[in-house]
Design a protein around this ligand. Structure first.
Ligand code: T3D
Length: 260
């Protein structure tokens, strides 16, 4: 049986490819466990400086596998969310390294929200997105009700979640869910180039940027200014800051070597 999650290192980029193409990479327990394990490993491995998440075949991820055995007519979806979805979303948000998600096709339900949990989302021109949950009597999970209002605004979050309509990559970009769109045939190479660019950025600065942005919307201005000061103080002590300044003065590209 082929691996349901493909992992590959390209330099300092760990590429994770959801690999159940015949089910549009729908999420079942095995795949959720593999993703959770892969993000734990990415956090622990200093050789990994960026993660690229994408899907095999014509879909990115169709959300929860609706053909799975729910065990009973009244399944405890909360238990499944506690065991699989919530730990994964928390790991992705807490990962001190950047995550780039390349949405290569349809992203539905929890599949769409997995993409939104990444730091940067890029998409193929033909990709489309849907908060499919309402169509099967559920609410957006995997962080959907958290990410959507923050990224797209309250009104759009409500429309997307309540209507469950499908939007194109261009529409997703227009409302702030997607950073850039690429022609289908170049998405994979553009994604790797972008991920490698991230991997070459100063690792401690990336970690600090993620940490500061994570708290930004809950903090007062005072609290956020204090956090920026504290994080910047730490970065100022680091070798990558000296390297960045020296490279600027010497008119050469910087080589950031510090690791987490
Ligand atoms: O605890 C929990 O698990 C609850 C958590 C829930 C989180 C959620 O994500 S709920 C939302 C679940 N997802 C959906 O409701 C989406 C269902 N899929 C669709 O609506 C459509 O398939 C798509 C819009 C995603 C794509 O449509 P289309 O026309 O491009 O493809 P298709 O023909 O519908 O699907 C292709 C195959 O993938 C097909 O298999 P077949 O008939 O050729 O053998 C289809 O059944 C399969 N597939 C698509 N989505 C899923 C799936 N199989 C299992 N689970 C799916 N979610």
């Amino acid at each position: 049986m082929p691996d349901i999650l493909l992992t590959a290192m390209h330099g300092a980029v760990l590429t994770l490819t959801l690999n159940r193409p015949e089910r549009l990479n729908a999420l079942e327990t095995g795949l959720m466990q593999a993703l959770n394990t892969a993000f734990d490993a990415a956090a622990a491995d200093p050789a990994v400086r960026a993660v690229l998440l994408t899907g095999a075949g014509r879909g990115f991820c169709a959300g929860a596998d609706l053909t799975q055995d729910f065990g009973t007519a009244k399944p405890d979806l909360g238990a499944k969310i506690d065991a699989e979805y919530n730990p994964l979303v928390k790991k992705m948000r807490a990962l001190p390294k950047p995550i780039l998600c390349a949405v290569n096709g349809v992203a539905a339900g929890a599949g769409m929200n997995l993409a939104l949990a990444a730091d940067i989302v890029i998409a193929a021109q033909s990709a489309h997105f849907t908060q499919a949950f309402v169509r099967i009597g559920l609410l957006p999970d995997a962080g959907g009700t958290y990410f959507l209002p923050r990224l797209a605004g309250e009104g759009r979050a409500r429309a997307l979640a309540l209507l469950g309509e499908t939007i194109s990559a261009a529409e997703a970009q227009a409302i702030g869910l997607v950073w850039k769109i690429f022609a289908d045939e170049v998405l994979a190479t553009e994604a790797l180039t972008m991920a490698q660019h991230l991997a070459a950025r100063p690792a401690r600065a990336l970690r600090a940027i993620k940490a500061a942005l994570e708290t930004s919307l809950e903090h007062s201005l005072d609290a956020q200014l204090n956090l920026e000061r504290d994080l910047q103080r730490e970065l100022g002590y680091g070798v990558d800051f000296i390297e960045g300044v020296m490279a600027f003065r010497e008119k050469r590209p910087p080589v950031f070597r510090d690791r987490l």
